[in-house]
Design a protein around this ligand. Structure first.
Ligand code: ADP
Length: 468
């Protein structure tokens, strides 16, 4: 069975968030299953990876976007170094940039990406068994292969859509239809949602099956999905919740080259603290106090806007009895607020930007990881934290609900129901009580490290779904 994963991100080539981690790991684990050949197709980016590895051009052609003719090249990484075949679609002017997102003309970018992929596959007569589309950036593929005569060769190929983040749907005004490959006009309803072309809605309508990245998140989509909930209810028979796994080869505290002192469940109680001491020293924090950490995009869905209040309230309420470190970026106002707090409170440190190495060091050092998410489709941070012996303090929502149980119900994390400052600070104070009880703390560290979040089970579930 040949599967092409279509995605704008893939770790370690280009990463903005969890999508990259999933697409960099799932195909690798799928390829360990007999008779499965999973590959990844992503846009070409001007990133270090494309210079570090050797690529061959496997396709060179043209597509039309409105009256513009665009050159399309497909480059394949020669050695399959990532554990799967990696193809990058290069379109000068649109798909040759530094980053996946943040450009004014993103609708043109993603349209060209999708059209480029389908043009290449049709022209080269490559007919995969499954096209697996990830998020709205590739959400028009199921529509295009059924309704654009240009891609008749691919008609009938099975399509799966995965919703990693339903907050973003990629809505476009209808005049963008002029830049799409020609399609049967009577089928416009398969693109439309409330008067806009909505790629995520179109994916749900046109794919053979769609998945959400946890069962908890899928349940939420039926109730609240920025206007798409009625569509999900309508299409419920092809909806599935499959929880993400983590790449236990990359995220392994015993071998992780990005952390200062490697450890495993046998020596964690001695060694983890050395990482903490090193990190605290670097950021001017007191290693004898419990360390809370936040890692993530500064987005409302992550509850990042709550951080300033959470920081000063928890420091005040505990009489300076804890440390907090924040790694993230994304909202200029919040970044400014955090910088100011950083200069005022010695118990608080922030590092603003995207820093893969530092994130690993923080997971390896922190006592608690804070995730005050308002929406969390799956969440990977809590799983990385647990694997590195860190206790997650999380909102009881989406994938967090599926992966972190509160200690009061026999779990090894801390939950709060509502992501508001009072509830978060209260959960943090429960954490402080646990921290004081050394034997309880050690028991939680060890039980968290034992959780099996590896991809094997979920990779099998996707294969079963493809076969179905
Ligand atoms: P999302 O994809 O919604 O951002 P996830 O929890 O699924 O959230 O995945 C987040 C991933 O991005 C994790 O691997 C996390 O460690 C990483 N990450 C987020 N922000 C940063 C940052 N500023 N520096 C390094 N890694 C980050």
């Amino acid at each position: 069975m040949t599967i092409f994963h279509l995605s704008t991100e893939c770790y370690p080539v280009a990463k903005v968030g969890g999508l990259a981690d999933v697409v960099g790991a799932l195909p690798k684990y799928q390829n360990k299953i007999k008779d499965i050949n999973a590959k990844v197709v992503m846009p070409w980016y001007n990133k270090q990876f494309v210079y570090d590895y050797d690529f061959e051009t496997v396709f060179d052609g043209f597509i039309h976007q409105g009256s513009n003719m665009l050159q399309v090249q497909v480059l394949k990484e020669r050695t399959n170094v990532l554990g799967f075949e990696l193809y990058m679609v290069k379109i000068p002017g649109l798909l040759d940039r530094e980053n996946p997102y943040g450009y004014q003309d993103e609708s043109f970018q993603f349209l060209a990406f999708q059209q480029g992929i389908l043009h290449w596959l049709s022209a080269m007569k490559i007919r995969p068994d499954v096209l697996h589309c990830h998020d709205y950036h590739t959400g028009l593929v199921p529509f295009m292969i059924e309704n654009c005569p240009e891609f008749d060769f691919l008609k009938g190929v099975k399509t799966i859509g995965t919703i990693h983040n339903g907050e973003y749907q990629g809505m476009m005004r209808w005049d963008m239809a002029n830049y799409m490959p020609a399609f049967d006009q009577y089928k416009w309803g398969l693109l439309d949602w409330n008067g806009f072309i909505n790629p995520l809605a179109s994916m749900i309508k046109c794919c053979h099956a769609f998945t959400a990245v946890s069962e908890g998140y899928l349940e939420e989509l039926f109730v609240s999905f920025h206007g798409l909930e009625s569509l999900v209810r309508e299409e419920f028979s092809k909806a599935f919740g499959i929880i993400n796994g983590i790449d236990t080869e990359v995220w392994n505290p015993q071998t992780d080259p990005m952390i200062d002192f490697n450890f495993n469940s046998k020596n964690v109680l001695k060694v983890k603290n050395k990482n903490k001491e090193r990190l605290c020293k670097e950021y001017g924090l007191n290693p004898n106090l419990p360390l809370y950490a936040f890692i993530g995009r500064f987005a409302t869905e992550k509850g990042a806007d709550l951080l300033p209040d959470v920081i000063w309230r928890s420091i005040k309420q505990s009489f300076g009895g804890l440390n907090i470190i924040v790694l993230g970026s994304g909202n200029a106002y919040l970044e400014q607020q955090l910088k100011e707090l950083d200069s005022v409170y010695s118990n608080f440190a922030s590092d603003l930007g995207y820093k893969e190495h530092l994130s690993h060091k923080i997971y390896a050092s922190a006592d608690f990881l804070l995730m005050p998410s308002r929406v969390e489709p799956c969440g990977l941070n809590q799983m990385y934290a647990m694997r590195y012996g860190t206790i997650p303090v999380v909102t009881y929502t989406g994938g967090l609900k599926d992966t972190v149980k509160d200690i009061s119900t026999g779990g090894s994390g801390l939950n709060f129901t509502y992501p508001g400052v009072d509830d978060i600070v209260h959960a943090m104070s429960r954490g402080l009580q646990i921290y004081k009880d050394r034997s309880k703390m050690e028991e939680l560290i060890l039980s968290n490290m034992k959780f099996d979040f590896s991809w094997e089970k979920s990779a099998e579930k996707y294969i079963a779904l493809y076969k179905n």
